[in-house]
Design a protein around this ligand. Sequence first.
Ligand SMILES: [Zn+2]
Length: 160
Amino acid sequence: MRILRLLTIAVVIQIWTGAVIYAHGQVMAEDMLIRTPTVVAAITELHSHTHLGGMDKTEWSVVVRADGTPSKPYSSHDWASNHLTVRIGSDLAIIHSHPDGTAPYPSQSDQNAAKQCHIPNYEISAYHIYVAEPDGKTVRKVADIEQGKHNTINIKWGAK
Ligand SMILES: [Zn+2]
């Protein structure tokens, strides 16, 4: 009886571990398009506008094009609004910065933009990356960011 019980517990733990690995794998697959070297370079540039020596405190944005490359980082230099052209049905993701002093997670309008464009809308802040999913309601933490030396950043993907 005792042996049977131990076996049951072992099996349950194994299944649970498998579920965690599966969920982790799902998260990584979904964020793959922003983990390429060119997009990470764009994220690093957006991040440079979020804190410390950031030159201005407005939102900067890029879109990830159909071929996986990021557009040129752009800012309207306006606290109240940031205009971004998205090719709906073609562009794969929106990535934009949230400057110091603003919330790191998506705003309601960030969630609306994800839904309108049918693509994920990523928020780069000083210490985190969040995403507003295209369903218009799901918000997920994608990564933590550590400031490295010489204007580099260390992105810890899948950080909880
Ligand atoms: Zn935003």
